[in-house]
Design a protein around this ligand. Sequence first.
Ligand code: CU
Length: 198
Amino acid sequence: MNKPLSLTAGLLAAAYAVFSTGCASSSCCDAPGHDHKAHASAALPPVKQLIAVIQPTAGNKCAGTVRFTEVEGVTYVYAEISGLTPNQQHAMHIHEFGDATSTDGTKAGGHYNPAGQPHGLPGVETRHAGDLGNIQADAEGKTVFRGEFNNISIQGPKNPVIGRGVVIHAKPDDGGQPVGNAGPRIGFGTIGVANPKQ
Ligand SMILES: [Cu+2]
């Protein structure tokens, strides 16, 4: 009875050792001058773009993509969204969590606001980092949005958005406290690393 247990424990310890060092072979790790960090970073290309694939919450049709790229301290947001209310504005925010496990988008938590500032629309200097403002739907309920933001970054150091969530709301953001009176969440997407192969 004890043998299989100790064997399992041994395997777990070995697996943990591999995870801890990031190296699959002990001979590799034992090599003189071996640098685990250099080894790991060399394997992956730099992150150039993030993407949130927007899925509708229960009972809604909102869908599309929101892309984030960063050039010299400016983060460019490019969104293509459909399933909106025709000819109406809808709030678009970055929320605190990239958690997609709720059907109504509530697991996204509140607005992404690392600095603890009041809510505001773009153009207002003091606002939540996640306050992207509004998108304008056309007569078919679609939109293409382009925006530039200097208060966020894709992965740091300034309010990194990677891993957070994008929420599209049923109503416009009117800039009011505490979160813009934007109503229910009709679309949600987790902000992840985009595949550079378009
Ligand atoms: Cu929101």
